[in-house]
Ligand binder design. Sequence first.
Ligand code: C2E
Ligand code: MG
Ligand code: MG
Length: 550
Amino acid sequence: MDYSEYNVKEMEQFLKMTGDLYDVVRLVDPLECREITIKDGQLSIANGCYNVWESSQRCKNCSSYKACVSGARREKEEYFENQVFHILSNPVKLAQDDGTVLSCVIEFITVHKATEDEINHVNDRRSEAFEPATLIDPLTGIYNWDGFHQKTREFLDLHPDEACCIMAGDIAQFNMVNSLFGRERANDILIEISRQLQSFAPDDSIVARLQADQFATCMLSSQFDNSRLLDVIESIDLLLDDSAFRMNFTVGVFEVKDRRLPISVMFDRAVMALVRNRTEHASQISHFDETMLEELRYQQKITSGFERNLANDEYCIFIQAQVDKDGKILGGEALARWVRPNGEIVPPIRFIPVLEKAGLIARLDRRVWELAAKKLKEWENTPLSHLYLSVNISALDFYYIDVVDAITSLVEKYQIDRSKLKLEITETAIMSDAEKQILRVHELRNAGFIVEIDDFGTGYSSLSMLKSIEADVLKIDMSFLRETDRDERSRKVLQSIVKMAAQLGMETITEGVETKEQVDMLVSMGCRMFQGFYFARPVPVSEFEEMAKG
Ligand code: C2E
Ligand code: MG
Ligand code: MG
């Protein structure tokens, strides 16, 4: 079985079907060591699925835990009361009707009586193997991810009748702190944040750093003091009050109502409030509400149906022309669209972030690249043979696939000219992990591809990045252009970017061009390529082909 998603009914059926094939088949939530049972479509959850191994907490080597976290199946043998348990741990996702998706594991267990040899062998290994998971984050001294899960569950059990809440907090653009001020300073800041949060949370509550700059607390709602938290946020923001960079600590809060929810889901909901807070620039403390669940259901619709919709060719490309100053089409940008069977055209802003979060973006991007490569092949020996297409590469693609290999294989498969398939990587993607990304860009260029820096001008240190990265094309973001409409200084900055790019041997293309005035200004600055609604909107491929034929 793959790391696939089931709804509760399907899971119930699956467990029934496979139940007879093994001695035990059980569903567990290994992040919290809970066993999940389903009867007539109803979930019930019991704590302590490790009890059977005679321990009071999860072993560091728990194979189901590893399966769940890595998304890959694991196998293990355990010895208990003269019996050998062979456990196959299969990670799965369990989708509930309210949009909650539980990461869990189906354990297929076979049991046999241990032979003398096995007893000795397993005993040997067991004494080495059992090691309780560490609960403390060594950097800050507060709980880590494991500690947070375990201690929060204990806290909730200890206060069964009192309202409790979970808070998630993190720093917007924390990676910038690392790259601008260095790891040591960044670590000091994390330690200071943990201190501040400890001073905010009452003594018996839970304070944790889950990873990087991700913090969490769990406490009684009656002890959650909003104004005190605002003070804490302010003092955290002041930790780095540099003229070029201001830190922003954002939090989201989830009031725990259904205590059966996994702690990880509770935390995710606090994060949803945090994200909403950040994107809508709402108040500095935002609370989870039911409308966010609507969003979750929508996201789930996108991810759970993704493979099927991809196979149905519902994901396709639109092309937006890129032109010279006279409006002559030079090529275009291939932009993903989800065209649903009812004809609705869903724009990428609705599904790309969702697919990125679900780890599916590379699946989509590969499809888009392939559609573009196929088109370029089709255009060969036709009046459209001079056109190029540029495609977007998500920063996350590099984590999931070998991008250089994937794109190289495509151009080989379709036997197309490499320079015709241009690659766009966003400036923020590059700066998020500058050292690695610079190497990747280098690799792609060495392989003969034209690399463009997309959305240039939206990052914090756009100009300084030009020093370190060699790319072929600078794609100036439309927000830059908007500012030049009313601001003389922005015009001067834009002018110098175009000049500097030329000196560095890079082409520039400006996107988001909407008016004739903008075109005239850009032409006078020396910009020769444009993309924007003034010339053309993204359109279905056949429409683009008609346009390009003239
Ligand atoms: P982008 O790569 O910067 O693409 C340009 C976006 O600007 C397009 O939005 C385009 O419709 C819009 N645009 C172009 N000219 C104008 C204009 O004059 N005025 C205004 N207001 N907007 C203009 P779209 O197609 O909605 O794409 C949004 C973003 O989604 C893209 O930004 C890109 O980051 C991402 N995206 C699109 N397709 C893919 C894909 O296949 N893979 C990945 N990873 N990301 C994609
Ligand atoms: Mg782009
Ligand atoms: Mg762009």
